[in-house]
Design a protein around this ligand. Structure first.
Ligand code: GRF
Length: 206
């Protein structure tokens, strides 16, 4: 990691147990992610993620509105809003309000499939029940249409010998945890180029 690079600031938004949130905290401790987590925003006050935040001394915003989040990002000069199992749909106004000077979304999400396959909910179950041989996880920028923004990186694994959705999910979460930290690190470090491909923007690691 380039130690001379300024440490980035993130806020994590989640609705659930928070295993990705915990993995990001650990990646920071291990020096794999050059960032500090300024707050956890949650739509679910009693969730596992809140306990993880409390244990780590990270401030928690309970059911923050988009106006509060925008204000928080601006006041704290937050570099990226990191979604990890956040079940609320974000408005176009919110996404646009946080874009950087080049118009690139500053909101990042992790999705449990190789997008554009299996968007929506329960993607590990969808992949298992569809019978695909390979699935994976995708880190992408958030745009107004759900699960459709530019892909930053993906990681795949075989599931053809797996016997249950739980087995797929368990392996998937391991893959997610390392993929998310490494992708956020290069993206927030500005190590990327942007090119237009047809109607889409392609963001590639440089
Ligand atoms: C993960 O599978 C993530 O890809 C999806 O929601 C799940 C969140 O899990 N968006 P956790 O709360 O991080 O354990």
């Amino acid at each position: 990691m380039n130690r001379t690079m300024k440490e980035k600031k993130i806020i994590v938004l989640t609705s659930g147990r928070g295993s990705n949130f915990r993995a990001l905290i650990q990646a920071i401790e291990l020096g794999k992610l050059n960032a500090t987590i300024h707050a956890l925003g949650t739509s679910t006050p009693g969730s596992g993620a809140v306990k993880i935040a409390n244990d780590a001394g990270i401030p928690v915003l309970i059911r923050p509105s988009e106006t509060e989040l925008t204000q928080f990002v601006r006041e704290n000069s937050v570099d990226a809003v990191v979604l990890a199992g956040y079940l609320k749909i974000l408005s176009r106004e919110f996404i646009d309000a946080l874009r950087d000077a080049r118009g690139v979304s500053r909101i990042v999400n992790i999705h449990p499939s190789l997008l554009p396959a299996f968007p929506g909910l329960n993607s590990y179950r969808q992949a298992f029940e569809h019978g695909v041989a390979i699935t994976g996880a995708t880190v992408h920028l958030v745009e107004p249409a759900v699960d459709s923004g530019p892909i930053l990186d993906q990681s795949s694994f075989r599931i053809d010998e797996m016997k249950s959705t739980e087995e797929v999910e368990s392996r998937g979460l391991e893959v997610e945890h390392s993929l998310y930290a490494s992708t956020l690190n290069w993206f927030m470090g500005g190590e990327y180029t942007i090119e237009k491909r047809g109607a889409r923007i392609h963001v590639a690691r440089s």
